[in-house]
Unconditional design. Structure first.
Ligand code: GLP
Length: 241
């Protein structure tokens, strides 16, 4: 596992964006796995700047997002589809028909998402954030390592963390559709970004912990091409630090 320690989230975003742009320049038809949450926003802002400066061309890129809240319409301001459109897709030259986000409203056959990914040739580069409890995508502690895209239950702590984005507690989704851990592990390369002291425990388990379903991020120890980009605060429990 390659570990890059940076000073803040901005620098993390710049490094991740450079890595993504370099991959696209080598393979213009790159299949990108994308994440939501506050962490990757600086990555997306940097990619938009690079696109405007003609340093990256998304015209042949396909993207697959990790997850979506169950029952939120794509037009809902807190849906991950809305997030991706407004934070990235609307500002770059990606073909919108090639941007995939799991449907939160048509959830009868979520596993077809994995087939779509396969049809596209698999994910070349997956960007990940990290939940405070070690979740990746919305794969909460206890999720089976062989899981594929499915409707998943959110833990009370995740629901509470997400509550700040909704007007009332009753509106906070309690379920999501998430790529599974096996789906994520199928990506050829993974970049995970985590910044802030509240991610330090999860980063410890990701790097040094026992590989266990109690810390879903620990599965990344079994992947051969993972880079984690962390700030000093998120890295503070790492042994070499
Ligand atoms: C949500 C998303 C994850 C994301 C996590 C962390 O749970 N499903 O993909 O990594 O939030 O969010 P943040 O980056 O805002 O800390």
């Amino acid at each position: 596992m390659n570990i890059i320690i940076v000073k803040d989230n901005q620098e993390a975003g710049e490094i991740a964006a450079e890595m993504i742009a370099e991959k696209i320049s080598k393979n213009p038809k790159l299949v990108l796995g994308l994440a939501t949450g506050s962490t990757p926003v600086s990555t997306y802002e940097t990619l938009i700047k690079m696109y405007k400066n003609k340093k990256v061309d998304f015209s042949q890129v396909k993207s697959f997002n990790l997850d979506e809240y169950k029952d939120l319409q794509p037009t809902h301001e807190q849906s991950y589809r809305y997030f991706m459109n407004t934070k990235l897709f609307d500002h770059i030259n990606i073909n919108h028909n090639w941007t995939f986000v799991p449907s939160g409203t048509d959830t009868k056959n979520p596993e077809t998402y994995d087939l779509e990914i396969e049809k596209a040739g698999g994910i070349d580069l997956q960007l990940l954030g990290l939940g405070v409890n070690g979740h990746i995508g919305f794969n909460e502690p206890g999720t089976k390592f062989d899981s594929k895209t499915a409707v998943v239950d959110l833990t009370p702590s995740t629901i509470q963390i997400n509550a700040r984005f909704f007007d009332s507690p009753a509106e906070v989704p309690t379920q999501a559709v998430s790529m599974g851990l096996a789906s994520i592990m199928n990506s050829k390369e993974i970049i995970l970004i985590a910044t802030g002291a509240n991610k330090a425990e999860a980063i410890y388990h990701l790097v040094h912990g026992k590989v266990s379903e109690q810390w879903p991020c620990s599965i990344l120890q079994n992947h051969e091409n993972v880079t984690i980009i962390v700030d000093q605060e998120a890295a503070k429990l790492l042994e070499s630090n």
